[in-house]
Design a protein around this ligand. Structure first.
Ligand SMILES: NC(=O)c1ccc[n+]([C@@H]2O[C@H](COP(=O)([O-])OP(=O)(O)OC[C@H]3O[C@@H](n4cnc5c(N)ncnc54)[C@H](OP(=O)(O)O)[C@@H]3O)[C@@H](O)[C@H]2O)c1
Length: 341
């Protein structure tokens, strides 16, 4: 089989390429916008700006499309280019025989519950809006298509390895920099995170046929904890406990866990105070973390077609891997959180 993986330097792509390379009879070509010099085997292709290079010409038996800009803070234009234009760019590479496995997100359905709405008002941010558009375009263009929707992706169960640190790791970084006084969310919200090796295993199974591909017009596959996902309060406690255990081993004092503040209290009491009293750097971190707020308040579980269990140990391994890889940041002294005055 010839298999193309886009986004091959990303969190999902790295794990997927590695697994596919160990499958007998599979030849894998990985592409990214700007592969590092340390990965000479990857093809460089800015899918939103350039024609496909010769190295990615078809025919392909399968294409795993994992290239994206996953920032919740992206502008509409940035999100369109990375998440929608990259789908359109695959068109010349797809034949009627090519199985396209499009990696979407469990939150592409926005607040309305499906991907049909094209108004940004139906979504929590431009990322969700663009991923909904990307799903609709993929359905139009590709005759053999499986859409896979994961929730927030973390490091692997086995080692905690993550090629990139976004999402959950932004919270950790904020805590270690002593810039996160509180987190806005509901203690009982579902903290639905997926170890990257679980996702890669499903993508590889779809490529090889071990997992049946979705037929034309079929519903997307949702791989998530759903009702079995941990709650925000428990997941946060575990993250900070793990971080503190790591710190103790290195001889550093522990951090206090940031308090979870309900969104209503935050908006009514804390935010007006914060705007007046905090230093610009603190406000920047709060702004960055504010993109998390809607996801820390979801109390309806995802409807998983592929339920995933027991992710708490993977959170632990992921936090440890992050701390080992970011030892300087993870070792920072705990500074009591104060306003600028
Ligand atoms: N991470 C999550 O928590 C999460 C959750 C749900 C769904 N997903 C979905 O999972 C998929 C993979 O996400 P990820 O977390 O692995 O992303 P990531 O770590 O941010 O990696 C993004 C990848 O896309 C490539 N890319 C971006 N723009 C490109 C362009 N214009 N042309 C070619 N390549 C481009 C990047 O290449 P360079 O490095 O060379 O720029 C990189 O390889 C995405 O579809 C995402 O929406 C992710």
């Amino acid at each position: 089989m010839r298999v193309l993986v886009t986004g091959a330097t990303g969190l999902v792509g790295v794990e997927t390429v590695e697994r596919l390379r160990s499958e007998p009879g599979v030849t894998v070509v990985g592409v990214s916008r700007r592969p590092p010099e340390s990965s000479p085997d990857l093809v460089s292709w800015d899918m939103a700006a350039e024609d496909p290079p010769a190295a990615v010409r078809g025919p392909w038996d399968a294409i795993v499309h994992a290239a994206a800009d996953t920032r919740w803070s992206a502008t509409a234009q940035e999100a369109m280019r990375a998440n929608v234009d990259t789908v359109a760019a695959l068109r010349p590479l797809v034949s009627p025989e090519t199985h396209v496995i499009h990696v979407s997100t469990a939150y592409a359905v926005g607040t309305g519950g499906d991907v049909s709405d094209d108004s940004p008002d139906g979504y929590r941010n431009n990322y969700e809006w663009s991923k909904a558009r990307a799903e609709r375009l993929a359905r139009e263009l590709f005759p053999r298509l499986t859409i896979v929707r994961p929730p927030l992706v973390i490091g692997s169960r086995a080692t905690g390895r993550a090629a990139r640190f976004a999402g959950m790791y932004t919270i950790l970084r904020g805590v270690t920099a002593s810039t996160v006084p509180v987190l806005v969310g509901r203690p009982d919200a579902f903290f639905d995170v997926l170890p990257v090796d679980d996702l890669a295993a499903l993508l590889v199974a779809l490529v090889t046929g071990a997992e049946p591909e979705a037929g034309p017009g079929a519903e997307p596959l949702v791989i998530a904890g759903g009702a079995r996902a941990p709650r925000a309060e428990d997941a946060l406690e575990l993250m900070i406990e793990t971080l503190n255990a790591w710190r103790e081993e290195q001889g550093h004092e522990p951090f206090d866990a940031p308090r979870l503040v309900e969104p209503e209290s935050w908006n009514r009491f804390f935010l007006p105070f914060a705007r007046n009293e905090l230093a610009p750097r603190q406000l920047r971190i709060l702004e960055l973390l504010s993109h998390f707020n809607p996801y820390m308040a979801i109390t309806t579980p995802l409807d998983a077609t592929h339920p995933v269990d027991d992710v708490l140990p993977a959170i632990e391994t992921s936090v440890r891997y992050w701390a080992d890889s970011n030892a300087r940041v993870a070792s920072m002294p705990a500074r009591p959180w104060t306003a600028k005055a």
